[in-house]
Design a binder for this molecule. Structure first.
Ligand SMILES: Nc1ncnc2c1ncn2[C@@H]1O[C@H](COP(=O)(O)OP(=O)(O)O)[C@@H](O)[C@H]1O
Ligand SMILES: O=P(O)(O)O[C@H]1O[C@H](CO)[C@@H](O[C@H]2O[C@H](CO)[C@@H](O)[C@H](O)[C@H]2O)[C@H](O)[C@H]1O
Length: 477
């Protein structure tokens, strides 16, 4: 039989891989035609079985974009479900390995045990970062596997309701920021991230292919909670099986405290430097560059450009103050990146903004950037129930007023919690926060225009309010 990795290089299989890739949510290109398999290796999954686990790196899309495919290669009888089939080559079938409990369980067990696999490093995390006992390695193939089932840029599967295997799809050479930041926080003993259990890395380049963490089956993400609460405040019926609690201010306050603690722990691992006058000039230049990028993606922003340039440019005139610093931050903080658990809030996904270049994502920044992300997210949750009603409604419609009220109450509670932990703000902090709010709303218009055009109205309305003065965000800030 042809070796599993060689099968991927055959033209018919490559064409099928391209067709499959183009249909995946995490594929950013228009078409995957011309896909090239750059690397493919068999991963040792600990025991013999009918199919091999193959980790392939392919190039596809307009630029030099690289994606990871995790594939099962074996006889037709090995395929766990017909929908998982990606390609056929004679009697051999290539399928999505994430649908195969034996392959996924074997990989997770290999990571937990630090198993050998040529060309790869399966690295267990030295000690879990929370008081959670290290789980026993699963019997390979013994644990059921299911996709996490949320809209994502990567692919996460839940293994036996105990482990979360997160497979990075769009590969950047070298360690992935999600892993390095999570590792730093785990080492610092941060109580506000899920316990990290290990990772799959390239032995030669250090490129991160996947992480394993403890899965928290009873956690609810902050976006789900906030949507239900805002909907209830706006008079909508509760989602099935859920009690509608409109007032989340206590939880918003504890979330603010948790973010402040994560910022403190990030500073403990990566350092913190005071911003000087010259740094503000650089910040203003960076904000202007980000505006240019967003304008190229979303021409609807053009009408706001002159006012935005003036407001963002004014950051350059801020004076240095030892209290305003730059450090490692989350970089893409919003309610969807938070998990509410019985013991408190956790933050996840430290990859940074998907639209930003990798080098840009890792640059030290003001913690106010994360605050702006979260304040914007409360505004999103508040206004989301008005989707479909945003056109042709009078600005003083009662529901719009209530949405703005829900947003500002929760933004204020979040900010109060943050400042109770991190210390109060001065006028300079508030000006910088306002610039980051504008920057985030601009990013969101670009992001939505590209991925969810039906939502672009939401950040655009916020932008109008932020530029016009009496915005909910401004009230809170
Ligand atoms: N350890 C965990 N336990 C339970 N749910 C989690 C865990 N980690 C992440 N999640 C959920 O999975 C979602 C996607 O995870 P994330 O790391 O943000 O993936 P992506 O980078 O693909 O967006 C999160 O929004 C959160 O709701
Ligand atoms: O979670 P990701 O890293 O993929 O982040 C991207 O997608 C987010 C959308 O899921 C986007 O967040 C925007 O929508 C959220 C609601 O779905 C809202 O809570 C955020 O405030 C809003 O910015 C995020 O900006 C983008 O980088």
């Amino acid at each position: 039989m042809t070796a599993p990795v060689e099968i991927l290089g055959t033209p018919a299989v490559t064409a099928s891989l391209a067709g499959w890739l183009a249909g995946q949510r995490w594929f950013a290109g228009e078409s995957a035609d011309g896909l090239a398999v750059l690397d493919a290796r068999e991963v040792a999954v600990g025991q013999d079985g009918p199919a091999a686990l193959v980790l392939a790196v392919v190039r596809a899309g307009a630029g030099d974009e690289r994606y990871q495919l995790l594939l099962g290669v074996g006889p037709a009888g090995a395929v766990p479900e017909p929908a998982a089939v990606v390609a056929r080559a004679g009697d051999t079938v290539v399928y999505d390995a994430l649908a195969d409990p034996r392959l996924v369980g074997g990989l997770v067990a290999g990571v937990l045990a630090g198993a050998e696999s040529p060309g790869l490093r399966l690295v267990p995390q030295p000690a879990p970062n929370a008081a959670v006992p290290r789980p026993a390695a699963p019997a390979a193939g013994g644990l059921p596997v299911r996709p996490l089932g949320v809209e994502q840029s990567n692919s996460s599967v839940v293994v036996g309701d105990r482990y979360l295997l997160k497979v990075f799809r769009r590969l950047v050479p070298g360690p992935n920021r999600d892993l390095t930041v999570h590792r730093g926080l785990a080492a610092a003993g941060c109580p506000h991230v899920p316990p990290l259990l290990g990772a799959v890395e390239d032995a030669a380049t250090g490129t991160t292919y996947a992480t394993v963490q403890t899965y928290l089956p009873r956690a609810v993400d902050g976006w789900t909670l906030a949507l239900a609460a805002a909907g209830s405040f706006l008079g909508e019926p509760a989602p099935p099986g859920r009690q509608a609690q409109a007032d989340l201010r206590v939880a918003a306050r504890t979330l603010g405290r948790a973010v402040a603690v994560v910022h403190r722990d990030l500073a403990a691992t990566g350092g913190r430097v005071a911003l000087r006058r010259v740094d503000y000039q650089r910040v203003a230049q960076r904000l202007a560059r980000r505006l240019d990028l967003a304008l190229a993606l979303a021409p609807r922003l053009t009408a706001y450009a002159p006012r935005l340039r003036a407001e963002l440019g004014s950051v350059a005139t801020l004076d240095g103050s030892p209290r305003r610093t730059a450090q490692r931050v989350h970089g893409d903080l919003h309610l969807g990146q938070t998990l509410h658990t019985a013991t408190g809030w956790l933050l996840v996904d430290f990859e940074g903004e998907p639209l930003a270049e990798p080098a840009e994502r890792d640059r030290p920044d003001s913690p106010l950037r994360d605050l702006a992300g979260m304040l914007r997210s409360f505004d999103y949750a508040a206004h989301h129930p008005l989707t479909g009603a945003h056109e042709g409604r009078a600005a003083d419609d009662r529901r719009w007023v209530r949405a703005a009220r829900w947003a500002s109450l929760h933004q204020q509670a979040f900010l109060d919690g943050y400042l109770a932990e991190a210390g109060p703000q001065d006028a300079g902090d508030r000006r910088l926060l306002h610039a980051y709010l504008l920057d985030k709303a601009v990013y969101e218009v670009a992001y939505e225009t590209r991925h969810r055009p039906g939502w672009a109205w939401l950040p655009e309305r916020a932008l109008e309010r932020l530029l016009g003065g009496g915005a909910a965000e401004r009230g809170a800030a």
